[in-house]
Design a protein around this ligand. Structure first.
Ligand SMILES: Nc1ncnc2c1ncn2[C@@H]1O[C@H](COP(=O)(O)OP(=O)(O)OP(=O)(O)O)[C@@H](O)[C@H]1O
Ligand SMILES: [Mg+2]
Length: 421
């Protein structure tokens, strides 16, 4: 039997009297878990047949809400729920007292995600990590529920920067009930563990605000705040390809991130296209991999890129600190070179990493850097990190959410030296 915190209970049992419910707050605060039971309750009472769970990609939609760490829909409904699929896609069939419900689960992070739902008629939509979804998809979801008998939407997210479009364009235009969550709202976090978390966070007032109080971060704190999901993500590679190269950052407990980059010339200008990303975090997924396993998976990733884009790669750069990853890659035939991590850069008054950050910011602002979508190794982790990577109150970049960000900076350094300088 599962026990809920007071806030979880309040959320789960609330009347269905608003168009959109938003649960915003700190990681691990129990938002998504409350969402599972809230949605299950809705499903048992709604007369509508078709529903949708949308997350950055389909795998996340399944992981976050269908399985949901052991409390998702398949666990709540047990024998009454079966995964199925039809011409509209994969769904979970759920038997309820008010009839059979179909809960589709789809990806919504891409420019063309919206194609997968045109023509559907829905009763409700669950938006997982709504700040990572494509705005077209979000808006289309609200249109798909226009004819619902019991229209309902639920969203969760970690605190986004205050200028994030989802606040003005979604939360403020719907009839919304917004709830704020902190670690106190998760009943399984012990007092001891809370104290530990508090002590770590209180060393940095900025992190204390964001991860203890669950406040929205200041826009100037977000390092790549100029990254615009509408402007800087493309569905196809544009221009004449010049070079393909890889950059990597990795660690034992930390995430390992490898990007495939293609330089093209488009409208007389060189641009850096980030076309694919291999990413794995042992601590986030609870599945720690040996370096040799990483190396094998990275090799499969490299082969996939070479095949997909029909290009040979010139370079494979790895953060010089990742010696063991480099060694494992060499053993399976991937030659690497140390990445330029800005350790030796001094420019103006800013030192080292700041030189790389400034270049990367310029590359985004000047439209020299783009994400290009693909159907296998997507940009979920880049987009997640780009919204979270920030500075502390002294202006120093915080050493968190920076795995894809670091190898992104290395790729810009190489691009800049070779094509821009
Ligand atoms: N009432 C509860 N009983 C048992 N376990 C719970 C309960 N609430 C949350 N948990 C567990 O705590 C963990 C964090 O909860 P959850 O995933 O809901 O947090 P979240 O706020 O959605 O976090 P994030 O922002 O990282 O997505 C999960 O492993 C979840 O299963
Ligand atoms: Mg969650």
């Amino acid at each position: 039997m599962i026990e809920f915190s007071p806030k979880q209970k309040e959320i789960i049992r609330a009347p269905f009297d608003v168009t959109l419910e938003v649960n915003e707050g700190t990681p691990r605060s129990g938002k998504t878990t409350a969402g599972h039971f809230r949605f299950a309750y809705y499903l048992t009472v709604t007369p509508d047949e078709n529903h949708l769970i949308v997350a950055y990609n389909q795998e996340q939609a399944y992981r976050l809400f269908v399985d949901g760490d052991g409390t998702g829909l398949i666990h709540i409904f047990g024998d009454l729920a079966k995964p199925k699929s039809d011409r509209l896609g994969d769904y979970l069939e759920v038997y309820t007292p008010t009839g059979i419900k179909k809960v589709y689960y789809k990806g919504g992070g891409k420019v063309d995600s919206v194609k997968a739902i045109t023509g559907m008629s829905l009763g409700s939509v669950i938006f997982c990590e709504i700040n990572l979804l494509h705005m077209n998809m979000i808006q289309e979801c609200f249109r798909r529920t226009f004819a619902a008998k019991m229209r309902y939407h639920l969203a969760d997210l970690n605190p986004p920067p205050p200028n994030h479009p989802v606040i003005k364009e979604v939360f403020e235009v719907q009839k919304t009930r917004w709830k704020h969550w902190t670690i106190q709202d998760n009943p399984i976090i012990s007092e001891e563990r809370k104290q530990e978390i508090y002590e770590t966070l209180s060393k940095n007032p900025y992190l204390l605000q964001r991860d203890w109080y669950g406040k929205r971060v200041m826009p100037e704190g977000v390092i790549y705040g100029m990254f615009d999901m509408d402007k800087h993500i493309l569905s196809t590679l544009l221009g004449e390809p010049y070079e393909m190269f890889f950059t990597a950052d990795g660690g034992q407990g930390d995430a390992t991130s490898v990007s495939c980059n293609i330089v093209t010339r488009y409208n007389g200008k060189f641009r850096l296209n980030r076309v694919a990303n291999y990413y794995h975090s042992g601590s986030e997924t609870g599945q720690v991999k040996a370096m040799s396993v990483y190396a094998r998976e990275i090799k499969a990733f490299v082969n996939w890129c070479v095949e997909k884009f029909q290009m040979r790669y010139t370079e494979f750069f790895v953060d010089p600190a990742c010696k063991s990853l480099r060694e494992e890659l060499h053993l399976i035939g991937i030659d690497t070179r140390p990445a330029n991590n800005n350790a030796h850069d001094i420019k103006g008054s800013s030192k080292g990493i700041e030189v790389g950050i400034e270049r990367a910011q310029n590359a985004i602002t000047n439209e020299q850097f783009f994400l290009v979508e693909n159907d296998k190794y997507d940009h979920y982790n880049f987009i997640k990190e780009v919204g979270m990577y920030s500075r502390d109150e002294n202006g120093k970049p915080i050493d968190d959410f920076n795995h894809a960000m670091d190898e992104f900076r290395y790729s810009v350094n190489y691009f800049y030296k070779r094509y821009v300088l």
